[in-house]
Design a protein. Structure first.
Length: 254
């Protein structure tokens, strides 16, 4: 997968509009309220299967700024309280926007959560743009930055992407697919570095960059989870050190 070639998929869907007099601002956040009388109209929207940045490119500058403010605020609240513990009102307050502004960009909470998933993936990959995954020293420098980031947060929250996945995997198939795709982008970045390492003669020809990348990401997620639970970076340090040592054992001395 090429990180810059993100693409998008156009979906058609029915937007359900409440027309019952029983509808209230409190029930507007749930399109499945049993007492509503509804009608439908066809609408079109772009669901980005990769990057949230591609969505904002179709908006005016002001629109993009408002939408980004909403997504960033939602990401922060969800990271602190979880998806289930976050309401639309919480996001409105955190982003300092009205209901009309929020619903102009997001049909419902599910749409907002999926935008948060894309945002977290973009943020993680942006932070890794300067990482050098084509050498053991590059992996160790990245390891130190990850550990320091977790330590500066007092080991709270875990992985922003992983925590979303664990909360949504069994309840929202679409969101689960988005998280899986985001992890694939992250894995690709690791794999591409290892492929470059092997192509440059710094990794043994028999080494498997795809398996090493997947193992690194899997180990990282486990280390982040245990560090969150134990409020200690030692599990994360041990996990990353183990994988980097494994890569070093398969590296070619120059």
């Amino acid at each position: 997968m090429v990180l810059g070639n993100l693409g998008s998929t156009l979906y058609e869907f029915d937007v359900w509009w409440a027309v019952s007099r029983e509808a209230t601002p409190q029930t507007m956040s749930s399109m499945r309220a049993p007492k509503w009388t509804v009608k439908s109209r066809t609408a079109t929207f772009w669901h980005m299967a990769g990057s949230d940045d591609a969505v904002t490119s179709t908006l005016t500058r002001k629109g993009a700024e408002v939408r980004a403010r909403i997504v960033v605020a939602a990401a922060k609240v969800i990271f602190e309280r979880g998806v289930g513990g976050t309401t639309i009102d919480d996001v409105k307050t955190a982003a300092s926007v009205s209901s009309s502004q929020l619903y102009h960009y997001f049909m419902d909470k599910d749409a907002l959560v999926r935008a948060v998933i894309a945002h977290q993936a973009d943020t993680i990959l942006r932070r890794q743009e300067n990482a050098r995954f084509d050498s053991v020293d590059g992996f160790r420098a990245w390891r130190d930055r990850v550990v320091e980031t977790v330590r500066s947060n007092d080991c709270r929250g875990g992985c922003p992407l992983g925590s979303l996945g664990s909360q949504l995997a069994e309840s929202d198939p679409g969101a689960r697919d988005d998280v899986a795709h985001s992890f694939a982008r992250w894995e690709d970045a690791l794999r591409d570095g290892l492929l470059a390492m092997r192509a440059g003669g710094r990794l043994a020809p028999e080494a498997d960059p795809e398996s090493l990348a997947l193992a690194m990401l899997t180990t990282l997620q486990g280390g982040l989870l245990l560090s969150q639970i134990q409020r200690d970076t030692k599990p994360l340090e041990a996990a990353l050190d183990f994988m980097i040592d494994l890569i070093e054992r398969q590296s070619v001395r120059t």
